[in-house]
Design a protein around this ligand. Structure first.
Ligand code: FAD
Length: 385
């Protein structure tokens, strides 16, 4: 049995590794000649970590991950802690640690695990066809690849999604812009072993430790879509949006490197229930695009990979049947994650300012119990418990 995997991102590479482990021959085709991940880092929650463990990357992932032992929310203006608590109860409940990791390093780990020289870079798929016997992908350079089935892990702008759904879907702007990057840890900004977030006015500034003494930072600001982007004004723009915020936020703005700071207008896609058409299946952001507000988009792609490989390996009624079983096991799960993230997004970014003000008030009495319970629910809904 041979699989064609389109896309060499988190989803495509996790899938390629999982399928190969299940004894399936795999060829990966990636549009770009060189991978340049869009974001600086990503938090891999224990549901994603368990998937990477199962794919043989336990030690490699630990070496890349930051130590996120505590979590804290701070008031935007005074800088005072609204709440601070240990992540240990979460780790104890779900049996695994969360790992924030630099994206480029995660991507390299996945590609190297599969075999860098085996990924076909510079192959942009433009057409997919299938028959009763197999699939054919056609690339922009007019070359073709054949397999028994095809996994479309071609991201949120997936061209294969339209083939599967027989309609084009619009992405939905979530109402805010996110700037993100990496910066050396400075304990006068935030503790080195803590996920620290400053909140106020529907904006947030967040820092998570990754390996090699670095913070992954991000700034969120509710803004209209389509404003001009200019690297030369990043610091001035952030200084304006965060004028009057506490000293650690000002220090962070002063410390960031505009040349390596990414600016992303955050979108998601209304969840849909068809992930499969015959021998072609969607996976990762192609199948479910979420806002990053609960940090689960990449983790969900890893889960997809585990479930897909296990349905193909453990059923005997043919490829199309196994792909439909994959769809059945994933649809409700990914819909739940997308909608949870959208809800969190709206509260964090003041879609209704009264609701957000109430959330800020509630943080003052937060012991960690409610926040961690919500996280555990999302984590434990994954395929590996
Ligand atoms: P992608 O990473 O987009 O990869 C798709 C690949 O397909 C790309 O390499 C692309 O070049 C290739 N491709 C596209 N079109 C074609 C084509 N026609 N032919 C061949 N190849 C093609 N998730 C988390 O789990 N935790 C987080 O903390 C987190 N934070 C995030 C923060 C931000 C700001 C954003 C924007 C997202 C965040 N996510 C997070 C989500 C996560 O980044 C995505 O869910 C994840 O990258 C999806 O992986 P993917 O492989 O499906 O898609």
């Amino acid at each position: 049995m041979k699989a064609i995997v389109i896309g060499g991102g988190i989803g495509g590479m996790s899938c390629a590794i999982a399928l190969e482990k299940a004894g399936i021959e795999v060829e990966v085709f990636e549009a770009v000649k060189e991978m340049k991940p869009v974001g600086a880092a990503i938090s891999i929650w224990p549901n994603g970590v368990k998937c990477l463990n199962a794919l043989g990357m336990k030690a490699a992932l630990r070496a890349l991950g930051g130590n996120m032992a505590y979590m804290a929310y701070h008031d935007a203006v005074t800088g005072a802690a609204l709440t601070r608590f240990s992540m240990s109860p979460l780790v104890q409940q779900v049996g695994e640690f969360p790992y924030p990791v630099a994206r480029a390093e995660l991507q390299a780990m996945l590609i190297d695990t599969f075999g860098r020289q085996r990924v076909n870079f510079g192959k942009r798929v433009i057409q997919v066809e299938q028959s009763d016997n197999g699939v054919i992908a056609t690339f922009a350079d007019n070359s073709q690849a054949q397999g028994d089935f095809l996994i479309a892990a071609d991201g949120t702008h997936s061209v294969i999604r339209e083939y599967v759904l027989e309609q084009a879907l619009e992405r939905r702007y979530a109402g805010y812009v996110n700037w993100n990057g990496l910066v050396a840890i400075d304990e006068s900004i935030a503790p080195a072993d803590q996920w620290t977030t400053f909140v106020g006015d529907g904006k947030r500034v967040s820092l998570m430790p990754v390996s090699d003494n670095r913070f992954y930072f991000f700034f969120d600001v509710p803004l209209p879509k389509g404003l001009p982007q200019d690297r030369s004004t990043v610091k001035a723009d952030l200084s304006g949006y965060f004028a009057g915020w506490a000293m650690p936020v000002q220090k962070l703005i002063a410390a960031i490197n505009p040349d390596t700071t990414n600016r992303v207008e955050i979108h998601d896609i209304e969840p849909f229930s068809r992930l499969v058409k015959g021998r072609v299946a969607l996976l990762g952001d192609a199948a479910h695009s979420t806002t990053p507000d609960i940090g689960q988009g990449g983790c969900a792609a890893m889960e997809d990979a585990i479930v897909l490989a296990s349905t193909l390996a453990s059923h005997s009624l043919g490829i199309e049947d196994a792909l439909l079983r994959y769809q059945a096991r994933r649809v409700e799960r990914v819909k739940d994650l997308v909608l949870k993230a959208r809800k969190r997004c709206d509260v964090t970014h003041a879609k209704d300012p009264a609701v957000t003000a109430e959330w800020y008030r509630s943080l003052k009495s937060e012991t960690g119990e409610r926040v961690l319970a919500g996280m555990c629910e999302a984590i434990e809904g994954g395929p590996l418990g």
